[in-house]
Design a protein around this ligand. Structure first.
Ligand SMILES: C[S@@+](CC[C@H](N)C(=O)[O-])C[C@H]1O[C@@H](n2cnc3c(N)ncnc32)[C@H](O)[C@@H]1O
Length: 197
């Protein structure tokens, strides 16, 4: 399995936004939408061995985490609007602390914070922190079940970074320049694909 955790530091936590305004009123939800696209899409296929955790930290109902599970996913299309609609439907579902509520096949919502997601995933694989000052990914041996953690248009906060580093984790860079989060995801997929080809 491969896991991705992306923190949307201002991303909406209720469904009260317009699908035409995901980059504005929804707190740069467009970034998370593109990350979903990068996590799952192949040409004419979906990656089934991937789960993406979108930690939404914006607004009064924060935190909420929307989870996409490749093995069960249906109705995911490459256009940003329909993915934003899947996320909005998830955010509109009533959910209590400790619950994980399914909103459509392969899409779940919970009230997990970044820390909760880290605790939950720590049982499932090894953390790999994507950061510009990490070691070169071309020199890196990827673990069997990597949990990639990255920021949105902002880096992880000091608190988030401290939580991540409280686990055994590796810090890697995917090249010499700072890239958009969704582009980083394609590159790590490619590096892992090349090693398993
Ligand atoms: C758009 S960047 C965040 C802001 C960026 N660090 C800056 O200073 O402009 C989004 C995230 O992608 C990851 N990232 C971007 N470039 C990277 C690189 N060259 N190597 C590893 N991770 C990278 C980091 O997790 C970063 O928080």
């Amino acid at each position: 399995m491969k896991y991705f955790v992306i923190t949307g530091h201002r991303a909406a936590t209720t469904g009260h936004f317009k699908l035409d305004d995901i980059a504005g009123g929804a707190g740069r939800l467009d970034i998370l939408v593109r990350c979903v696209n990068s996590a799952f899409f192949l040409s004419h296929n979906l990656r089934k061995d991937v789960e993406a955790y979108l930690v939404c930290m914006g607004g009064e109902d924060a935190p909420k985490t929307v989870i996409f599970k490749g093995e069960e996913l249906r109705y995911l299309n490459p256009d940003e609007r329909s993915t934003a609609s899947l996320i909005r439907n998830a955010l509109m579902k009533p959910v209590e602390p400790g619950e994980e509520v399914k909103s459509s096949p392969g899409v779940y919502v919970s009230r997990m914070s970044f820390d909760d997601v880290m605790d939950d995933l720590s049982e499932k694989g090894e953390f790999v922190y994507l950061k510009e000052d990490g070691v070169d990914c071309r020199e890196f041996e990827f673990p069997e079940n990597p949990i990639f953690v990255l920021g949105d248009n902002r880096d992880l906060t000091e608190e988030e970074e401290a939580k991540l580093l409280s686990f055994s984790s590796e810090k890697i860079n995917i090249g010499p320049v700072s890239l958009h989060a969704d582009h980083c995801m394609i590159i790590v997929h490619n590096e892992v694909d090349r090693r398993s080809a």
